[in-house]
Design a protein around this ligand. Structure first.
Ligand code: HAM
Length: 424
């Protein structure tokens, strides 16, 4: 019986893994550059954490969660996102005793039972950041700067930053009524999903793909913001302009999670088709209280690693091999194995990546393998070589080979690789 991977999941290896290492490295470097520290939370949590935070009526909670009962009959859910777990951890571990604000980042798998398509998976990966404890527009600016700095480090250039303010609970209630008024006369002509959303989560009508023309004409949240929310949004825009961050305002940007307040933003890549949001986030000033903490403002974003890798490929961005094999030690005859291993161990202690033949094959087969591994150098250790104290070093790029005194083989190889600038 051969097994297949679960629909909507991927196996990552070979060339592809270089992109992942690169994205993860850039993510960590960017987060640390802004003073964010890593947090790792469990892959599963109590189901109620997500129903309470993401929202009962959202697509995520209604249709997409991997929820199951464990053997103790507790309802658990594979995390569909990283914000609620971060806040749960912040509260549970009384991190507030370290003062505010606090900055966290995470990288890891998330799970949503969505219809798989290009850029949409059931197990996908996010790099996310959360800033807990600032209500100021300066924090919103930091978020957007961090997001665009991250893309810059990835060398991604074809994107647009979209921002909007969805106000606070007070002004959004007024807006919600206006949207209901707007859609009420045409309710029967809406798609089935929208008919249901009209009752449960009316703002989601604004980002329905099927009824997008109607959404374009709908009243905009921006016209209903209360004075405080408007001032907050205006300051954010002013700061972004002062810092020369380009952005567009999208009055229909509402986001698919319920915890947002005021600023929401998304970064869309220009050439990714339907699933083009590579980064998305916003403010969630009421969430911490909702989860049993004090009233503490907070905000963050998450980016989908799969989509970032797609965007990089789309832009023709190349990355270096992150796991190069520098040297292949070819061994001819079992007796030579200990000499070969000793050389290999000494090279490894100098940060050289070495593969030693372990299969006792012919020289031809070993060289073929070395070629496939893309090694720079091949060191041939045979009976004659060990007896005479001279080993053969083959340059796999130039195809040349030379005899090297076994005593100096290590230094020779190190010089060779240093010239290539492959050692760090
Ligand atoms: P989200 O918009 O649900 O927000 O997801 C953020 C990003 O994760 C998306 O823009 C996309 O790049 C990626 N993503 C989401 N679903 C999938 C999927 N099925 N397949 C591939 N990639 C996907 C959140 O998750 C919020 N927690 C973000 C946040 C953090 N807000 C404040 N702090």
């Amino acid at each position: 019986m051969r097994f297949k991977r679960i629909k909507g999941t991927t196996d990552l290896y070979g060339e592809e893994i270089n992109f992942w290492h690169y994205v993860e490295e850039c993510a960590k470097k960017t987060a640390r550059a802004y003073g964010y520290g890593e947090i790792r939370t469990p892959i599963f949590e109590m189901t109620e954490l997500f129903t309470r935070s993401v929202g009962k009526e959202t697509d995520i909670v209604q249709k997409e969660m991997y929820t199951f009962n464990d053997k103790g009959n507790r309802s658990l859910t594979l995390r569909p996102e990283g914000t609620a777990p971060t806040i749960r951890a912040f509260l549970e571990n009384s991190m507030i005793t370290n003062g505010l604000p606090q900055r966290f980042f995470y990288i890891g798998p998330m799970f949503r039972y969505e219809r798989p398509q290009s850029g949409r998976l059931r197990q996908f990966h996010q790099f996310g950041v959360e800033l807990i404890g600032s209500a100021e527009p300066a924090a919103d600016v930091e978020m957007i700067l961090l997001a665009t700095d991250f893309l810059k480090r990835l060398r991604i250039t074809k994107y647009t930053v979209q921002i909007n303010s969805i106000g606070c609970q007070k002004c959004r209630a007024v807006y919600r009524e206006r949207i209901k008024d707007y859609y009420r006369p045409i309710l029967s002509s809406l798609c089935n999903d929208c008919k249901q959303r009209y009752e449960t989560n009316v703002l989601r009508l604004l980002d329905c793909k099927k009824d997008s023309d109607l959404a374009r004409e709908a009243p905009k949240m921006i016209d209903f913001l209360c004075d405080d929310c408007r001032a907050h949004y205006e300051s954010l825009k002013k700061l972004l302009k002062a810092l020369n961050v380009s952005f567009t305002e999208n009055g229909r940007l509402v986001r698919g999670l319920d915890y947002y307040t005021r600023t929401v933003f998304e970064v869309h890549h220009d050439n990714l088709g339907a699933q083009s949001a590579v980064i998305a986030g916003g403010r969630y000033d009421a969430l911490i209280e909702e989860l049993g903490g004090k009233s503490i403002p907070a905000l963050g974003f998450a980016s989908g690693v799969e989509r970032l890798v797609m965007a990089m490929k789309e832009e023709g961005i190349r990355v270096e091999q992150t796991e190069p094999r520098h040297v292949y030690v070819a061994v001819l005859g079992e007796e030579q194995f200990s000499v070969a291993l000793e050389i290999a161990e000494r090279l490894r202690s100098k940060n050289v990546n070495v593969v030693v033949e372990t299969n006792g094959r012919s020289l031809k087969a070993q060289l073929r393998h070395a070629n496939r591994l893309n090694v720079r150098l091949c060191l041939i250790v045979g009976e004659n070589e060990v007896k005479s104290g001279v080993v053969i070093l083959k340059d796999m790029v130039k195809g040349e080979q030379i005899d090297v005194d076994i005593k100096y083989a290590i230094e020779y190889i190190l010089d060779y690789l240093k010239e290539d600038d492959v050692l760090n």
